[in-house]
Design a protein around this ligand. Sequence first.
Ligand code: OGA
Ligand code: MN
Length: 295
Amino acid sequence: MEVIPLGPGFGAEVRGAGLAEVAASDEVYAAVRAAFEEHSILLFRKQAISDELQVAYSQRFGPLEVAKAASLGEGTPFSILTNIDRATGKLVPADHKEALRARANQLWHTDSTFKSPPALASVLSARVLPPHGGETEFTSMRLAWARLPEAQRNQLAHSFAWHDYAHSRGKIAPQLASERERSTMPPVCWRMCWINPANQRPSLYLASHTYAIEGMGKDEALQLIERLIADATKPEYTYLHRWQAGDVVMWDNRASLHRGRPWPDNLHPRHMVRTTISATDADGVAELRPARAAA
Ligand code: OGA
Ligand code: MN
């Protein structure tokens, strides 16, 4: 197995081992798990992907999330990102819920910070790709953390932030998150620094879903969140993944941000399937929880 660096200081392509080998072998899983802990983003090319293989691979890393209420794939391990209308086979119109969701995915975020437990990792497979556009862009929140002034790191290591799915959706359309989504996913609070227990490396933990910081005024907090994300995602710090047929990309939701990039979605279909692995205490969740959670 070869691990070839991809992005500016993070990310790697895995060659000589694919999803099937990870699913079948403890040794290959251990090697890929080590690469995941080290590089945060892993790319596998030319995979003969199927839903079964994606689940078998993903389950190696931990328990799978069930796709959230009111999403395509609800109640299954698959989050479906698509502009193809399942009933008609046609492209959805621009004001369709799935088109708006694609726009929300184009905000810098990491998956499931609004869930409890949050996510360790996501595995995204390309099923139908547009001829151009529709890339996925990544940045390292480990490197973002390391670039912060020491005094700010000391403060953020003991700060707690609130995350809400409805907050990021509200940036696209006020009612994009439905009542059922709001009631099944109430806001959650996490430490703003996630230390990886495998290597003790800290990451800045926040996302488009983050709307408040404990002990800080609302506007001040929103400005700080925006500034931290802007600094973390300057173009020189990002890796733009241009999808090819057969690609599978896995990312560490503890230690990275990502965003979808636009494509002419009125002209071309794009269909992606994501499995998401929940974080456990072995992945560092216990230290993320506030001792007391004030609203
Ligand atoms: C995701 C996501 C972006 C994309 O699957 O979690 O944000 O490019 N995807 O599809
Ligand atoms: Mn995402």
